[in-house]
Design a protein around this ligand. Structure first.
Ligand code: MG
Length: 160
């Protein structure tokens, strides 16, 4: 019986007109984008925190401080790859991950498969092990007012 670890992550970024939006490493054609030190990919940030949380290795802010110029504008896929290096160093592999993106606009349905295909090689698993879901908050709250985007992620890791 392998050693199993579960992790969860949550992230929010502010939305502003004229900025790019990246979610799960995919550029999204959207009226607003993320205010962030990195590229603001909330979905990847939540996933990084889930992976780190599963192994009690702290969080993304501890690993990649947002006042460090090295991470200014950085592609979050690079951060995820670094987090996966840590997961492997600890002897674990990803069993599966489930990500929820909470965004009022645009609808993400057409980008979901590309997101899963983008994450799979970084995570070292098949697309069948990566779930990406999108939902709105029915115009309620900061996501509903299109002031921000939130993301939740859970993951399961296994040590052989
Ligand atoms: Mg973040």
């Amino acid at each position: 019986m392998g050693n199993l670890r579960i992790g969860q992550g949550y992230d929010v970024h502010e939305l502003k007109e004229g900025l790019p939006m990246y979610l799960c490493g995919v550029r999204i054609d959207a009226p607003k984008g993320f205010v962030a030190h990195s590229d603001g990919d909330v979905a990847i940030h939540a996933l990084c925190d889930a992976l780190l949380g599963a192994l009690a290795l702290g969080d993304i802010g501890k690993l990649f401080p947002d006042n460090d110029p090295a991470y200014k504008g950085i592609d979050s896929k690079i951060l995820l790859a670094k987090v996966m290096d840590k997961v492997r160093e600890e002897g674990y592999r990803l069993v599966n991950a489930d990500i929820t993106i909470i965004l009022e606009r645009p609808k993400l349905r057409g980008s979901i498969d590309l997101m899963r295909e983008t994450l799979a090689p970084i995570l070292g698993c098949g697309t069948d092990c990566i779930s990406v879901k999108a939902t709105t908050t029915e115009h309620l709250g900061f996501t509903g007012r299109e002031e921000g985007c939130a993301s939740l992620a859970v993951c399961l890791l296994e040590k052989d």
